[in-house]
Design a protein around this ligand. Structure first.
Ligand SMILES: Cc1cc2nc3c(=O)[nH]c(=O)nc-3n(C[C@H](O)[C@H](O)[C@H](O)COP(=O)(O)OP(=O)(O)OC[C@H]3O[C@@H](n4cnc5c(N)ncnc54)[C@H](O)[C@@H]3O)c2cc1C
Length: 484
């Protein structure tokens, strides 16, 4: 009888790669199956947002990514004239990191291989059958067929997910009604400003520098928005639309990649069906506005990885896996909501332009701007209390802290909170200046590994006044908190 894998991850995009990294870090036997033989060179996404950078920092990887990218202090909502000011956000990463998806994937795959993940390229999954103990997968390679059995399977296989279809999870939503175009091109006469956004009664054009000599142009043209998503884009079409809307074609030539994308919007009815789970685009698709899909996929994987590892390896109850759906599906729902709102703002009618101007004005109000920046940067994601036992502490528990995201902070000379989470374990953290009090015991009833740490002195964050300590989940959210 062939070996049974702990987890098979299907799909080697950013979501699947990060999930495989998290599982391997926890000591799970995981293999990743990707139908493409070669990595993709074109980059759909160009941005990593603050929470994604925090996710990487929670495992000590931020420098690899920061070195290859370019921080921009602002983000955007529907390309409105008033940009979102990320510089005021409460994070060590108060910016958007401009980083093409191909580089993100390269760095994630490098990490996966370092952790010993078997990345099986050229393996297309075509059939799936599950029973009470495991899941059988079958598929094809250039050389023939393959089959395997795993205790759990995660479908991170993108918008057209075979895993989702084969496990019978409905994907309700709406079909494409509008399309837009993009081109990665050389510009003979690039715009003066680093990121140009134009919206007028003729349509919308965005121009951003991608790499030396290459710009990305994104065009929403009311005359072309009914073109089918599969109709190839030509340089002439992109040029004509850009010229009509922006008054210049910026001397575009030498296209590296031309593509059309649409506003198909769907959310998986559930993220788990028995031993099969979904993450990333396999669970949610939407018009790519505000640069969020890849980011939310990474964050899905961060939420799922440690839970799946705890069930597979530590004997945690399977109910922990249901909390994945409970926590992340509402995030998918909110993502769909905000991208629908952005799509509505991308029209060229007089009404839409008036609404854009009105909202742009409102976003000059720092509080509103910050709220939306927190939302797009995914720093506002919090969860309801998780159903895990509380630490045994004589002081009262602070339930209002449960599920909150924890910012990185100094815990004493040269110790940072996120560094204590690099191993991907729970962290029992004592705060406050009285180190004579013992740290509470935490025994969840399954063999979870816990790092214990006591902050030296005051941590210098006003919001932690009166908090005696935190039990931090491996994904950097509070499990429990107790009073000083
Ligand atoms: C024009 C455009 C611009 C975008 N810009 C941004 C942005 O700026 N920021 C952002 O965050 N997001 C952006 N996105 C969205 C982002 O690209 C996706 O959300 C992201 O790629 C999702 O990652 P994933 O790993 O979930 O899925 P994918 O990247 O789609 O990866 C799925 C993988 O599964 C593989 N696969 C599929 N079927 C099988 C099978 N049967 N067997 C084995 N392997 C299989 C595929 O080959 C693929 O490699 C943009 C999208 C578009 C279209």
């Amino acid at each position: 009888m062939a070996e049974v894998l702990d987890v098979a991850v299907v799909g080697g995009g950013p979501t699947g790669l990060w999930l495989a990294c998290e599982l391997a870090l926890a000591g799970i036997r995981v293999e990743l199956f990707e139908r493409r033989v070669e990595a993709v060179r074109e980059s759909r996404a160009l941005t990593l947002h603050p929470r994604s950078l925090e996710v990487l920092a929670l495992r000590g990887l931020e420098d690899r990514f920061l070195k290859r990218g370019r921080p921009l202090p602002t983000g955007h909502f529907a390309m409105l004239d008033t940009r979102l000011d990320f510089s005021v956000l409460d994070t060590r990463f108060p910016y958007t990191l401009f980083l093409p998806q191909a580089v993100t994937e390269e760095l994630l795959e490098e990490r996966a291989r370092e952790l010993g993940v078997a990345v099986r390229r050229g393996h297309k999954v075509e059939s799936l059958r599950q029973d009470a103990e495991g899941v059988d997968l079958e598929g094809s390679t250039d050389a023939g067929t393959f089959r395997l059995r795993a205790r759990f399977v995660v479908g991170a296989d993108g918008a057209r997910s075979a895993v989702r279809r084969l496990s019978g999870i409905p994907f309700p939503g709406t079909d494409v009604t509008r399309t837009a175009m993009l081109g990665d091109v050389t510009l003979g006469a690039p715009p003066a400003q680093p990121a140009l956004g134009i919206s007028n009664e003729r349509g919308g054009v965005m121009v951003v520098p991608m790499s030396p000599g290459v710009h990305r142009i994104v065009v929403t043209d009311p005359f072309r928005e009914t073109a089918p998503v599969r109709e190839p884009v030509t340089l002439e079409e992109l040029r004509e639309s850009t010229l009509r809307i922006a008054g210049s074609d910026f001397g575009m030539r030498e296209p590296r990649w031309l593509s059309r994308f649409g506003n198909e919007t769907r959310l998986a009815e559930r993220y788990r069906e028995g031993r099969v789970l979904l993450a990333g685009d396999a669970a949610h698709i939407h018009f790519p506005a505000g640069g969020q899909g890849l980011n939310v996929g990474l964050q899905d994987a961060m939420n799922l990885g440690w839970k799946l590892a705890a069930v597979v390896k530590d004997g945690a109850p399977e109910a922990l896996l249901d909390s994945y759906s409970r926590e992340r599906r509402p995030v998918g729902e909110a993502l769909i909501h905000n991208t629908l709102a952005q799509t509505a703002l991308m029209g060229a009618t007089r009404e839409t332009l008036a609404l854009r101007e009105l909202l742009s004005g409102l976003l000059r109000e720092p509080r509103l701007n910050r709220q939306l920046a927190d939302n797009i940067g995914a720093l506002d994601v919090g969860y309801a209390p998780l159903d895990v036992p509380a630490p045994e502490t004589p002081s009262p528990l602070l339930s209002e802290w449960c599920g909150r995201r924890v910012s990185d902070m100094e815990l004493g000379a040269d110790v940072r909170l996120y560094a204590a989470l690099h191993p991907g374990r729970w962290l029992l953290l004592g705060l406050g200046e009285d180190d004579s009090r013992p740290l509470p015991r935490w025994e969840p009833g399954w063999s979870s590994q816990v790092t214990t740490l006591r902050a030296r002195g005051r941590v210098g964050r006003g919001d932690l006044e009166g908090v005696g300590g935190l039990l931090v989940r491996p994904d950097g959210h509070v499990g429990w908190a107790w009073a000083a």
